[in-house]
Design a protein. Structure first.
Length: 375
C-alpha cells in the first residue's frame, strides 16, 4: 500500500516525521508474512520550496528523518511560478508511483500544488492541519489552506475549532469527505524532540545566554518583512526591548535579505541577529526564553506547549485557542503596542494551560484513519 507525502518547507518535514514514525510502528506490527500486503510504503517528495534553509544532510540526520525519494528543486519565485513548476513536476511522479493517497501538510505552495496535482489525477488527498483559518484573504497561506481543504478527501484537524471552521464552509464528516480531529502532529514532535534537544543542543552555551533572562524573536512573514515601514516598526520595538534584556533573532533568509536591503543592521544595535538555527537549537531557545515574539503559527503553538508566554506580531492568528486561553497576545506590528505587551507578560505566567491540541498521538491516529478510509 503506497502513500506519497509531499512537503517543501522545514516545518513540514518535522510534521511529516511524526507520521513517518507512526507508519514505521504500524509496519513493525505487521511483520508476519500473512499481513505483508497491508504494510505501508511511503514515498517522500520534496518540492524544494525551501531549498537551502538548513535543509542539508545534518538536518535529516539530527532529526532522524527519512531522506526524500524525489527532490524537485523548484526553489524561489513568484507564487504562480512556484506553484506551476511544482504542478508540472509532481504530476509525472504521481503517475509513476500510482499511490492510494497523497499526504500534504499545512498551507504552503507545496501543499496546494500537491493537492491540485492529485485531485486532477483523481487520487485522494489527505490534508494534515485541515480547517485552520485566519480569515485574512491577503495571506497567501489562507488561500492555500482553503483551496486544499475543498480538494481533500480526508481532512485531519488539529483542534475542535478547526472542525467548526470546516463545518461553516459545508465540509463535514460523511458523504464524500472524511473529517477527523486527530490532534496536532507538531505536539507529537515537541514531545519527541524536546528530550533530544536537552541532550544534544549547546546553543545556550554558544550564545552565552543566562536563562530565562532573554527574549526570543522570529520574523518571516511577507506582510511583516517586505515593506520597510512595518519591518522597521517591529525592529524598533525589539531594539527598545533589547536595551534592558537580550533579544535573540535568528534570521530567516527573506528577513535577512530585507533588513540588508533597507540598511537596518546598522540602525538597531540592541538586537542579537544570528544565523538560522537547527530545530533542536530552536527548541532550546524557545524553552528557556523569558518570552517569545513571533509571526510564526508554529512557534505560537510551541510557545504554548513549552509554557512560555508569547506575543504574536500579527493582527490575527489561525491558532485562536492559544489567544482565548490567555497565553498568547496579538500585538500587531506597532512599536508601542509590542513594547507594552512585554511589560504585561508577568500576568501570563499565572494562566493554566489546557491540552487543546490532543494527546501527542496524532501521527498514530492519522495512520489508523488512512488505513480505514483510503486502503
Amino acid at each position: 500500500m503506497k502513500i506519497v507525502t509531499i512537503v517543501g518547507a522545514r516545518p513540514q518535514f518535522i510534521k511529516a516525521g511524526a507520521i513517518s514514525r507512526a507508519i514505521q510502528e504500524f509496519n513493525k506490527r505487521l511483520q508476519h508474512r500473512r499481513y505483508k500486503k497491508r504494510r505501508i510504503q511511503e514515498i517522500l517528495v520534496h518540492t524544494g520550496q525551501h531549498y537551502d534553509y538548513l535543509m542539508d544532510k545534518v538536518f535529516f540526520e539530527e532529526l532522524e528523518l527519512p531522506r526524500p525519494d524525489y527532490h524537485l528543486g523548484v526553489g524561489s519565485g513568484s507564487h504562480a511560478k512556484q506553484t506551476g513548476m511544482m504542478l508540472e513536476r509532481i504530476e509525472p511522479i504521481l503517475q509513476k508511483e500510482n499511490p492510494k493517497v497523497i499526504l500534504v501538510y499545512g498551507d504552503t505552495n507545496s501543499t496546494l500544488a500537491g493537492a491540485l496535482a492529485a485531485a486532477k489525477l483523481r487520487i485522494p488527498v489527505a490534508h494534515v492541519e485541515a480547517g485552520l483559518r485566519s480569515y485574512n484573504q491577503s495571506m497567501p497561506e489562507e488561500i492555500n489552506r482553503v483551496l486544499t481543504d475543498h480538494l481533500a478527501t480526508v481532512l485531519f484537524c488539529p483542534t475542535t475549532q478547526s472542525v467548526r471552521n470546516l463545518l461553516k464552509e459545508g465540509i463535514k464528516d460523511g458523504g464524500t469527505q472524511v473529517v477527523k480531529n486527530v490532534g496536532d502532529v507538531m505536539y507529537d514532535s515537541i514531545l519527541y524532540y524536546t528530550k533530544i534537544a536537552e541532550k544534544k543542543s549547546t546553543i545556550l552555551k554558544r550564545l552565552d545566554l543566562i536563562t530565562p533572562k532573554y527574549y526570543l524573536a522570529t520574523l518571516h512573514r511577507a506582510e511583516n518583512t517586505d515593506g520597510p515601514r512595518r519591518l522597521e516598526s517591529i525592529l524598533r520595538a525589539l531594539d527598545e526591548i533589547g536595551r534592558n534584556t537580550p533579544v535573540i533573532l535568528p534570521l530567516h533568509p527573506r528577513t535577512k535579505k530585507m533588513i540588508k536591503a533597507y540598511r537596518f543592521f546598522s540602525k538597531f544595535k540592541n538586537i542579537g541577529f544570528i544565523e538560522p538555527v537547527s530545530y533542536l537549537d530552536m527548541l532550546q531557545l524557545e524553552k528557556n526564553a523569558e518570552a517569545i515574539l513571533t509571526d510564526s503559527g508554529g512557534v505560537q503553538k510551541e510557545a504554548y506547549w513549552l509554557r512560555v508566554p508569547c506575543l504574536t506580531l500579527r493582527e490575527e492568528t489561525e491558532w485562536v485557542e492559544t489567544v482565548e486561553g490567555g497565553w498568547n497576545v496579538l500585538v500587531g506590528m506597532k512599536t508601542r503596542k509590542i513594547v507594552e505587551g512585554i511589560s504585561h507578560l508577568e500576568k501570563k505566567k499565572k494562566f493554566s494551560l489546557k491540552e487543546i491540541f490532543g494527546d501527542g498521538k496524532a501521527g498514530a491516529k492519522v495512520v489508523r484513519n488512512l488505513m480505514k478510509y483510503c486502503f
